[in-house]
Ligand binder design. Structure first.
Ligand SMILES: [Zn+2]
Length: 175
C-alpha cells in the first residue's frame, strides 16, 4: 500500500511532520530527496547512590548533609566517604541551611532539565564552620541582585525527586 509522504524544502516543516506522522521527505536545493523517520528511543537507567545515599535521603527530609573527618577535623560540604587529607573514613553531619555566596555565575544556556529556568544562577555557597563549598543554584533573584557575601538559605523540592536538584538556594530576606 502506498503511503503519501509530505515533501518540503523547509526542514522546520519536515520536523513538524515528523512529530505528527513520524515520516517526511526533505528536498534539498538541488531537488534531491531524503526520507526522514522519527524513531522514539527510551532507556531506563538504574542508578545507585551507594555511599552517597544519606545525602539524597537527607534532601528529601529538608536536611543538607555533609561529612566530617573525625581526626583532622575537616568538614566537607559536598560529602566524601574518606578525608582527602588523611584518608580517614568520614562521618555524616548536618550542615547549616544558611550560608553566603562565595562565587557565582549566570548561565544563559542550559541542558534540557534547566531550559524552563534559563537564564539561571549557579553559586558556590560557604557555610559557617564548614571547610569546603557547596555547588548549587540560586533562585528568586536576577543576575544583578547577586554579590559575593550575599546571605542565602536552602530550599528543598517537595515532593523530593531524589536528585541533586532537590536543593537550591534563595536570598535570605532582611528582617
Ligand atoms: Zn582527615
Amino acid at each position: 500500500m502506498k503511503r503519501e509522504l509530505k515533501r518540503s524544502r523547509k526542514f522546520t516543516e519536515v520536523q513538524e511532520e515528523l512529530r505528527s506522522s513520524g515520516a517526511a521527505i526533505f528536498t534539498d536545493a538541488e531537488g534531491k530527496e531524503s526520507l526522514y523517520v522519527l524513531s522514539p528511543y527510551h532507556i531506563d537507567y538504574v542508578h545507585s547512590y551507594a555511599e552517597d545515599t544519606p545525602f539524597f535521603l537527607g534532601l528529601s527530609e529538608g536536611r543538607l548533609r555533609g561529612t566530617r573527618c573525625p581526626s583532622c577535623p575537616y568538614v566537607f560540604a559536598t560529602p566524601r566517604g574518606h578525608c582527602q587529607f588523611c584518608g580517614e573514613p568520614t562521618e555524616w553531619v548536618d550542615l547549616p541551611l544558611k550560608g553566603k555566596v562565595h562565587a557565582w555565575t549566570t548561565c544563559h544556556f542550559g541542558s534540557e532539565a534547566f531550559l524552563k529556568e534559563t537564564p539561571y544562577n549557579l553559586v558556590l555557597v560557604e557555610f559557617e564552620g564548614v571547610n569546603s563549598l557547596f555547588f548549587s543554584r540560586l533562585k528568586d533573584c536576577t543576575e544583578k541582585d547577586i554579590f559575593v557575601g550575599m546571605p542565602v538559605e536552602a530550599r528543598f523540592a517537595d515532593p523530593a525527586k531524589l536528585s541533586v536538584t532537590d536543593v537550591w538556594f534563595v536570598p535570605t530576606k532582611p528582617r
